[in-house]
Design a binder for this molecule. Structure first.
Ligand code: HMG
Length: 389
C-alpha cells in the first residue's frame, strides 16, 4: 500500500506589505531584502484574521472537493496558538461542520510540527487504509518591531489530506531525524513575538540539515542523484539557497550554481511573497514547486528538509504521482497572492502594535477580511469565529 498526500490547498492573510516600504522606513537599501534574504513581500493579517481563519480557508477547499467522509482525524500544526488548552483545530472543525466522530489535536514544535503531523497521519492510515487525515498548518510569524527578524515575518496556511493510494504525492518510508536542545529561536508564553539569535539560528539550521541527511543516508535513503527537486523550510528564501548549497557539498554533488538553483527555484516563489509562515512554509514550498516548475514532475522524487527551531528536523522524500497537475489550484493560488490589499508602513506598524493592546480583554473586530471566515472578537474570554455571509 502507498500512503501520502491526495490534495493540498493554500491560504494566506489578505493584506500585504512590500518590503520596499520597510526598507524606506528604515532608510536602508531594499536590496538587503529583495536579494540578500530573498524576500519581496510579507502577508499581514487583518485584525479579524488569524491562524483559524486561514486554516479554515485552506481546509474548506479540500472539503469542497472531497467531502468530509472518512476524515476521522484533524491535526492542526502551529506555533502561533490562540489558546493554551483548546486546539485551534476544534475551532476549524466547528467552522467547517465536520462530523462529531473525529479526533482533533494541535501539535507544536516550532516550524517542524506540520511534518510531525504528516508522519503521524501516515501511521494512522497504515493501520487502517480507510482512514483519511486532514492536516492543517497555519501560522503568523511575528518578531518585535525594529529587530533583525522583522523583514522575515509573514502569514499563511496549508491544508492537506493524507490517504492510502494518494493522488498527489507518495511519501516514502525512510526518514532522517535530528534533535538538539538549543535556543536559536523561541517564544516565551508571555510574549506575542518570537525571540531569536539570528546568526546562530542559520548555523543551527545548516547543522541540523547535515545531521538529518546523514541519518537519512545511513538508513538507506535515496542517493542525492536520485532526487530531482528539493523543498526546504523557508524562514526566508535565501535560507533554502544556503541549505541546498550546503547539502550539495555534504552529499558530494558536483553541480554549478545554476544547476543547484534549478533544483529549488520554483519552490521559493510563493514564500518569497508570503514571508515566513513557520509550520506551513515547507508545504507552501511544495505547492509552489508543483504549480510553478516548468517540468513535468510526475514520477520524480522530491527531497524535503523540515526544520523547527529549538530544534527538531527531518529529511524525507516523496514521489510525485501521475496526473498531479489536474489537482492543483494554480490560478486560484496566484490570485490569492495578487489580490491581497497593499498596505503602507504606518498601517503595518499600527496593526503590529495593536496585537498586544487587546491581550486579555473582551473586544469586537470590525468586518474587514475578504476571506470566507472571520475572527469576530472575544466575549467572556471566548474567541468567536464566523463564516462570512
Ligand atoms: P541581518 O543581520 O539584519 O542581515 O539579519 P545580514 O546583515 O546578515 O544581511 C542579510 C543578507 O543580505 C546578507 O547576505 C548580506 O550580505 C545581504 P549573506 O551574507 O547572508 O549571503 N545584503 C545585501 N544584499 C544585496 N544588497 C544589499 C544588501 N545588504 C545586505 N544592499 C537574519 C539576517 C536572517 C539573521 C535576520 O533576518 C533574522 O534574525 N531572521 C529571523 C531568524 C531566521 O529566520 N533564522 C533562520 C534559521 S532558523 C529557522 O528557520 C526557524 C524559524 O523559521 C522559526 C521556527 O522554526 O519556528 C525562524
Amino acid at each position: 500500500m502507498t500512503i501520502g498526500i491526495s490534495d493540498i490547498a493554500f491560504a494566506t492573510a489578505h493584506q500585504v506589505l512590500d518590503l520596499q516600504q520597510l526598507a524606506d522606513a528604515q532608510g536602508i537599501d531594499v536590496g538587503k531584502y529583495y536579494i540578500g534574504i530573498g524576500q519581496s513581500e510579507m502577508s499581514v493579517p487583518f485584525p479579524d484574521e488569524d491562524i483559524v481563519t486561514m486554516g479554515a480557508d485552506a481546509a474548506a477547499q479540500i472539503i469542497a472537493r472531497h467531502g468530509a467522509d472518512g476524515i476521522r482525524t484533524l491535526l492542526f500544526a502551529t506555533e502561533s496558538g490562540i489558546d493554551q488548552s483548546k486546539s485551534a483545530g476544534v475551532f476549524v472543525h466547528g467552522l467547517l461542520g465536520l462530523g462529531e466522530h473525529c479526533r482533533v489535536v494541535e501539535l507544536k514544535q516550532a516550524c517542524y510540527s506540520a511534518t510531525a503531523a504528516l508522519q503521524f497521519a501516515l501511521g494512522i492510515v497504515a493501520r487502517d487504509a480507510s482512514e483519511k487525515v486532514l492536516v492543517i498548518a497555519s501560522d503568523v510569524a511575528r518578531y518585535a518591531l525594529d529587530t533583525s527578524g522583522e523583514p522575515t515575518q509573514g502569514a499563511a496556511a496549508v491544508a492537506f489530506l493524507v490517504t492510502a493510494d494518494p493522488a498527489l504525492l507518495e511519501i516514502e518510508p525512510v526518514t532522517g531525524l535530528h534533535t538538539d536542545d538549543i535556543h536559536d529561536f523561541w517564544r516565551p508564553n508571555y510574549l506575542s513575538t518570537a525571540l531569536v539569535d539570528g546568526k546562530y539560528s542559520l548555523a543551527a539550521y545548516l547543522g541540523a540539515l547535515e545531521g538529518a541527511w546523514t541519518e537519512y543516508q545511513e538508513r538507506g535513503g535515496a542517493a542525492f542523484a536520485d532526487i530531482a527537486r528539493f523543498c526546504y523550510h523557508q524562514p526566508f528564501t535565501k535560507m533554502a539557497v544556503k541549505a541546498h548549497d550546503r547539502l550539495c557539498k555534504v552529499a558530494g554533488a558536483e553541480l554549478d550554481k545554476e544547476q543547484r538553483l534549478a533544483q529549488i527555484a520554483a519552490s521559493l516563489q510563493m514564500n518569497r511573497r508570503t514571508g515566513n509562515s513557520y509550520t506551513a512554509s515547507i508545504y507552501v514550498g511544495l505547492l509552489s514547486l508543483l504549480e510553478r516548475d516548468g517540468a513535468d514532475l510526475a514520477g520524480e522524487r522530491i527531497g524535503f528538509f523540515s526544520y523547527g527551531s529549538g530544534s527538531v528536523s527531518e529529511f524525507f522524500t516523496g514521489v510525485v504521482r501521475p496526473g498531479y497537475r489536474e489537482l492543483l489550484r494554480t490560478a486560484r493560488d496566484a490570485a490569492t497572492l495578487d489580490d491581497r490589499v497593499a498596505i503602507a508602513h504606518a498601517r503595518y506598524r499600527a496593526l503590529h502594535e495593536a496585537v498586544d493592546a487587546v491581550q486579555g480583554s473582551d473586544y469586537e473586530t470590525a468586518a474587514e477580511t475578504p476571506g470566507p471566515y472571520r475572527f469576530a472578537g472575544v466575549v467572556d474570554h471566548v474567541r468567536r469565529y464566523e463564516t462570512r455571509g
